[in-house]
Design a protein around this ligand. Structure first.
Ligand code: GRF
Length: 209
């Protein structure tokens, strides 16, 4: 399976996918394209270090449809099977996501449906969790549909909130203990399942059942 990862920033989740490829836990899919909406996204450097193709597609005000058109073209040209949003800070339009049913997934740093949706990203998520006083938080991998952070949940991993946590310390623990573990696992499972589905279809076709 051919995977594209869309990022806006540091790309530590992208790195987790590269590491999983290197240690063999991600073997049914391969990250072959990294797209960023900002040219200074450090995720691009990580991809270049792995000799993976990169693309910068900026989203200019009032030009959302041009942005999405370029995105679609890139996905098509690279025969992408699965799109992973990993710290991608652009919301994709309903018409765009409808064209990729169950083919776009996102990682969110909370246990959805808590602390998610528009406006909840990065440290704001962890700040809100601490302000609310939850004792457990975590990460969620979910399908992307037309509602921000509203698609079907694929998997979640819980992380304890500890006394004295700051948004920064909580973010670090959620990344280390949940995000970087959960995302590669989910990507492998999805790619393996889809590979098997396709093999089965081929088999049935070949045997004229
Ligand atoms: C992660 O916390 C991810 O869950 C969220 O944005 C952050 C991106 O981090 N959507 P990185 O770019 O993968 O380091």
């Amino acid at each position: 399976k051919r995977i594209a990862v869309l990022c806006s920033g540091g790309g530590t989740n992208l790195q987790a996918l590269f590491d999983a490829q290197a240690n063999g836990t991600l073997k049914s899919g391969f990250v072959c394209l990294v797209i960023a909406n900002k040219k200074d996204a450090y995720a691009l450097k990580r991809a270049e270090g792995q000799r993976i193709a990169t693309l910068v597609i900026e989203k200019h005000k009032g030009q959302a449809s041009l942005f999405e058109q370029r995105l679609s073209e890139a996905l098509k040209e690279n025969s992408i099977d699965l799109v992973v949003l990993a710290g991608f800070l652009c919301i994709l339009s309903p018409s765009f996501v409808r064209n990729y049913p169950n083919r776009i997934i996102n990682i969110h740093p909370s246990l959805i449906p808590s602390f998610c949706g528009k406006g909840y990203y990065g440290l704001t998520v962890h700040r809100a969790a601490l302000e609310y006083g939850v004792k457990v938080t975590g990460a969620t991998v979910h399908y992307v549909n037309e509602i921000p952070d509203g698609g079907a949940i694929i998997a979640q991993k819980a992380v304890s909130v500890l006394p004295g946590d700051t948004p920064e310390s909580l973010q670090k623990r959620v990344m280390e203990q949940a995000e970087w573990v959960l995302l590669p696992q989910c990507v492998e499972t999805l790619c393996a399942e889809r590979g098997a589905e396709m093999d089965l279809k081929q088999l049935l076709k070949g045997n004229r059942y």
